[in-house]
Design a protein around this ligand. Sequence first.
Ligand code: HT7
Ligand code: ZN
Length: 886
Amino acid sequence: APMVRRQDYSAPAYRIRAVELTFDLDAAKTIVGSRLSVERDTALPVQPLRLDGEDLNLLRVLVDGQSVSFRHENGQLVIDAPAAEAFTLEIRNTIAPEKNTQLSGLYASGSGLFTQCEAEGFRRITYFLDRPDVMTVFTVTLRADKKKYPVLLSNGNLLEQGELANGKHFAKWHDPFPKPAYLFAVVAADLVAREQRVLSRSGKEHLLQVYVKRGDLDKTEHAMNSLIASMVWDEARFGLALDLERFMIVAVPDFNMGAMENKGLNLFNTKFVLANAATATDVDFDGIESVVAHEYFHNWTGNRVTCRDWFQLSLKEGLTVFRDQEFSMDMAGSPSARGVRRIGDVRVLRERQFPEDAGPMAHPVRPDAYQAIDNFYTATVYEKGSEVVRMMHTLVGREGFAAGMKLYFARHDGQAVTCDDFAQAMADANPDSALAANLELFKRWYAQAGTPRLQARGVWDAEARTWTLTLAQHNPPSPGQADKLPQLIPVALGLLKRDGTALPLQLAGEAEAGGTERVLVMTEATQSFTFVNVDAEVVPSLLRGFSAPVVLDDGLSDADLLVLLAHDTDAFNRWEAGQRLAANRIRAALAAPVEAPVVLDDAFIAAMRALLRDASLDAAFKELVLTLPSEIYLADQIEGIDPQRLHAVRESLIDQLAAALHADWAWAFEAHQVKVGYKPDAWQTGQRALANLALAMLVRHAVATGDPLWPGKAYQRFKDASNMTDRLGALEALVNAHAELAEPALARFHAQFKGEALVLDKWFMLQARAPERDGRVFARIQQLLQHPDFTLGNPNRARALLFSLTHFNPAAFHRLDAAGYAFWADKVLALDTANPQLASRYARALDRWRNLAEPYRSAAREAIARVAAKPDLSGDTHEIIQRALA
Ligand code: HT7
Ligand code: ZN
């Protein structure tokens, strides 16, 4: 596929002011009629009209009612010289939804028909100017068999509906807001809806609906509550009200991503809608809250103001992720619960985005070129993009940020704009801020790929009573970007005395100390900051709250980290101190000879025990501190990684924590039982998370020592649990410890939930993610491929089994005999024929092959080369494979 380049952008020569679409819906053959009101931009030289189209069967083309000559070129329909400046173009074509296994365009799922148009799916429905800067008013008439498809939905407001001959019926929808085609949606299915009427602050009434298949209504309450909470929050925090009379969410069983923000008609992966206490875990409830909020927030950040071109994707995605993260933090409530959320968000960033930024797919938040845009819905565009917005928030403050948002909408409502436009509005609304003073410098975050390294060293001068912090930044090369310039890095910090108390901060030149926390703004490659009135050595707590997406090297000793772990008031840095203490031990063990036993020192164990027993801390926070850094995160930090060795070392440390803290785990398990009715709130979620971790540790230790007590207790809890979080936690404890009772428990779980697709996904996932031991997990995954409930056709199921191995279970995947890589290659090829978007995401499991030690590295390369050799690889997968080998 040819490269699309950001610098080649040119404004469209034609606009489509309005379109009337008619659909005669049928799974085998749907007829699409389209009547476009087209206008030529008379300021530009006359050019051919080029309409995008893919996999369409064209029946006719009329211009102002007359037939017209046209041709096909590069997959486009080209009309060389339309005579008038404004004309009506009529197109008729057919499509075959049931053959559409790509799940882009109009496709069949379950017994319904659904669309997915972002990024370039609309062209798979009919010919169109399928680009986000062409905004059109849509009127849509749907006709279908009434029995099969009793519910007919599209964007906006329902104008009319009624009966037709031959058992058919119709519905006519009109969306008053001009929108790009990627926000178009249609649903035809047999669904039921939970409904709620709500008033926005202005007193306007809205109808909210959550559509699901019959039988799933009892799983829609949380999605509805999340939607209402999102509405309230966006009005309260940003003054952004819902602009539609009706807002619909529809659950779709086969879906490539999480959800889609189509105007007024959000389509969701069932995973992010359906939940009740019996079938969904706390983590699922949480995911639903975030995704419902995320899609709802897109109505302003994405739909009202959209992207000029797909290079600007982070304009809507980075900003909307930032908004959903802030929403979830506000929903969590207490400062400690906010800290827990921040830790969770940074974990995702560092486990997914950091490796991306260090590998062959590294790209700036605003990419410069792509072959397949689907490949750029990445952690960089989403999560790093959100961090870029968060840094702006840090630089201008909460009020300043709200003012920037206000100006952004005042300037750009109804437009398709760029990341520059957003940053400019933020700076202009805050003219006295460090952002405005350094805007061009700040915008390097959009332009430069890679994770900057930030070195920090402090020197105390006893005589001068000063402490000078010297910061140095360096961003290693990325593909196509050899040399990088310094970036603006906000460094939030506090200084702790050795006894853990916070030092009032006073920079040289300041009249007096102001507070115990500061944000230093770094704008040079190297920079020093001198604090005065410092009477003793201090322990710096740098990059509090993870104030910038960088890798910090602060040179702190274990003794310093123990001070932070015991006393830091910043939840993120307190947690980070514990993670670093653990990582230091893992690194030391990896550097030692293989035969040397890995022994956890008493200081570390005592610190962990103190934290676990600390009555002033929340359970959720303790669970995070007592969980060792993941193999995925550690592997990204270590050059020439041997995944088997890393796994063995980490497992051994967990075994030791399980043994050394045995009595503490038993206490923690008993002390964190929730005795009231199930609610997925921050407090209960924390209690359950810690109790489940404790149970896992107890079962692990019991299996190692041959003690039947805790496996028996876990099995009992698994059987009797009153909610899925506890049930799955107990099952996971048995499976992860390879306990004998895991088998009967798995069988029972399958029998109990065989009718629940999302719960079966958990059953597959749990087995595929279990810690590898003697190749048992890999063997189990191969068995499960043959299971009657397994299918590659449903993305959730494919993710539950295949992605669990390759993306989430490094020790099962990276095998000495290379069988994991052969498995990967087979599945990339199998997925690629049916669903290129899913295949190319799957293919990325080997992005970081160059960072592997031998023999893994060569074996991985061979597997990638095998995939590359397939002659008809999809454009999506081809781009990933080609970059991996470059
Ligand atoms: N904006 C949505 C992106 C999306 C998507 C992209 C490519 C292929 C399929 C897709 N489904 C949804 C989701 C979001 O960020 O909210
Ligand atoms: Zn989004």
